[in-house]
Structures are given as C-alpha cells and as structure tokens.
Ligand binder design. Structure first.
Ligand code: ZN
Length: 268
C-alpha cells in the first residue's frame, strides 16, 4: 500500500523531472545556438578583418576586362566568353561560352588563351561552332539548359538564358548561363538574358548579371533580379562598350549594398 502511494508520486516526479530536463535542454539548445551564431559572426568578422571571407577572396580573383569577358583565377584558370583580351597568355584550363554572338564567342580571343588541353563548355547548339575552330570532341562538354556536370573538379549547373521581351536570344537556341562552384562559392554567370523564371530560381553567392539593355535586361531590371537573388556580391557586366553606358553601373548599384565594379573603363 505504502509502496503504491510512494510509487505514484515517484512516477509523477519522474515525469516532472523529464519535462524539466527537456525544457532545460531546449533552453540550452537555444542558448547554444545563439552563442554559436555570435561566435560565427565574430569569426566571420575576424576573418573579414584579417583577410577575406571565401567570397571576398574569390572576388579578388575575378576579373572582367570588358562586356561579359570574365576570368576566374581558381585552382584552374577559367574564362567565360573571352572578348577583346589585352594579352595572349594561353593559360585557359576551361573556357565557358554562353552563346554564339560575336561578343561572347570570339575565336580570335579564344586563340589568345587556349592550350592543347583546354576544355570547352558550350551550349549543345554550339558543338559545331567549337569543332569548326579546331576543338576536338574529347575537349568539348556540350550542355543543355537546366543540366549539371562536374568539369575538371568544378560543379557546374546551367541556366537557360533568353529574352522575354525582345528577339535576340530566343529560348529555343538553348543558350546558357552557368553556375560554377568555385572554392565552395556559387558564382552565377547569367549570359545574355532577361529576368526569367529560371534566373529567379538561381541560388548563388556571387551574381554576374548583364545590365546594358537592348539585348539583355536593363540596369533597372537587373537590379530587381539582383535584389531577388540576394547574393553576397553582385557584379554587373555587358555595359559601357558594345552596349549600354558606363553610367548604367550607377543605376544598377543604386540602393544596393553589395555591388562590385569589375570593368575598368579606359584601362584597355
Ligand atoms: Zn548575345
């Protein structure tokens, strides 16, 4: 009898202790999370102060000489749409081409950077174009929009690049933007595109967007896309020479905190 009476409060006590323990654990968990967040923030701040975050470090190794002619000096040397290059370093491990227009697919500039073993990544619809300039089948990776691959160790995803309110870049051509993962940062190179649903779906740390209008989205449209993508850094391209004005940069950067200017006008 006594045993039963003591057993009931003991069980109740056990339940209460369990609830208390659970609550305490929860409190600890939340506290721990907060502390970790604070610690992470501090660590990030320290690393930013000391040198650079991974994205900042990568930003330092991205150059845009003109238009959408991009070079990324990672473990491998990567070019995207080389155009009007000032030098001929023949240092390309990888050349990405977004589409067939002369300011993106420039055989003359490709000759300045390619080597015997350079790998070309192109839209499927451009396979014949790169073969025509002497690239062998084994060195061509031809991709459709919305696909993914790992190329020389770099994860690559493709994004359809096309116009929605003009005719220069029809969707049916299968032309591309690329998302390259370099040093764990996702870099979106949009190609010649408007603000499409595919572009809006991109998750990236660095967004490189055309802003010059006429053939692509305007600076205002690109700014809206950039705000939706909310990357850690946005780099405007495709303005100031072939199309668009240098001042488009200011329109794009207006009310944006994370815009990085890469094209230095008058340098080349
Ligand atoms: Zn184009």
């Amino acid at each position: 009898m006594n045993k039963k009476i003591t057993a009931a409060p003991a069980a109740l006590l056990a339940v209460l202790l369990f609830i208390l323990a659970a609550c305490t654990a929860d409190t600890n968990h939340n506290g721990g999370t907060t502390m970790n967040t604070a610690k992470d923030t501090t660590a990030e701040a320290v690393s930013e102060n000391a040198a650079a975050s991974p994205v900042d470090a990568l930003l330092d190794r991205i150059t845009v000489n003109e238009q959408s002619s991009i070079r990324i000096a990672a473990d491998k040397i990567i070019y995207i749409d080389p155009f009007r290059l000032p030098d001929a370093p023949h240092d390309a491990d990888l050349i990405f081409i977004t589409h067939a227009h002369y300011d993106h697919f420039s055989p003359e500039d490709i000759e300045k950077i390619r080597r015997d073993d350079t790998v070309f990544v192109v839209p499927e619809s451009m396979t014949a174009d790169v073969k025509k300039i002497g690239v062998e089948d084994a060195d061509i990776v031809a991709l459709a929009p919305g696909s993914s691959a790992e190329i020389l160790g770099f994860p690559v995803e493709t994004v359809a690049a096309y116009n929605t309110n003009k005719q220069f870049h029809p969707k049916k051509n299968g032309w591309l933007g690329y998302i390259l993962t370099v040093d764990s940062a996702r870099v979106y190179i949009a190609g010649d595109t408007d603000d499409t649903e595919e572009a809006r779906a991109v998750k990236c740390d660095i967004a490189m967007l055309p802003i010059g209008g006429t053939y692509t989205m305007t600076a205002e449209e690109a700014r809206e896309l950039a705000k939706a993508l909310a990357p850690k850094a946005a780099i405007p391209t495709h303005y100031g020479t072939v199309v668009g004005k240098e001042a488009d940069y200011d329109v794009f950067a207006d009310s944006m905190a994370n815009v990085v200017k890469k094209i230095q006008f008058g340098k080349y």
